[in-house]
Design a protein around this ligand. Structure first.
Ligand code: HEM
Length: 119
């Protein structure tokens, strides 16, 4: 079986998925205000791209903050966390990622929950 990275469409596919994830966040009333206030969205996209690539088994290295430091002091709620997961799943479906690969992504993100919510 090919790697999760390949099933997500490798670098080009992940780039497109990340663009849609951020677009979804900006339209999602539960979290849009968080993302409208980000000063450097291109940087956030690049970090999210690297994170996704590395986390799915791609050759890229992630140069951003660890998840706890990245979200420290934001007081992110469970509801916001779920909204972000929903936006990611919607972007994966839009790009034709199969259900089992989608579930793998959800499991990886779920494991990071404790480093994101109210840290
Ligand atoms: C498991 C879920 C999540 C992952 C994998 C994730 C991943 C990331 C990454 C890689 C960064 C960039 C860090 C850096 O700049 O070095 C980041 C920043 C950010 N995250 Fe998350 N995140 C998650 C959940 C959330 C949630 C639930 C929210 C709130 C709605 C959120 C809001 C933000 C914001 C606003 C920033 C940008 C901070 C800034 O540069 O001003 N994240 N996240």
């Amino acid at each position: 079986m090919s790697s999760l990275y390949e099933r997500l469409g490798a670098a080009d596919g992940i780039r497109r998925i990340v663009d849609d994830v951020i677009a979804n966040h900006l339209l999602n009333p539960v979290v849009s205000v968080r993302f409208r206030h980000v000063k450097d969205l291109p940087h956030l996209k690049e970090m999210a791209f690297q994170f996704f690539c590395m986390g799915s088994g791609g050759p890229q290295s992630y140069q951003g903050k660890d998840m706890r430091s990245a979200h420290q002091g934001m007081n992110i709620s469970e509801q916001e966390y779920l909204a972000v997961m929903d936006d990611i799943v919607a972007a994966l479906h839009k790009h034709g990622v199969d259900d089992s690969s989608c579930n793998e992504v959800v499991a990886i993100l779920y494991a990071l929950k404790g480093e994101v919510i109210r840290v």
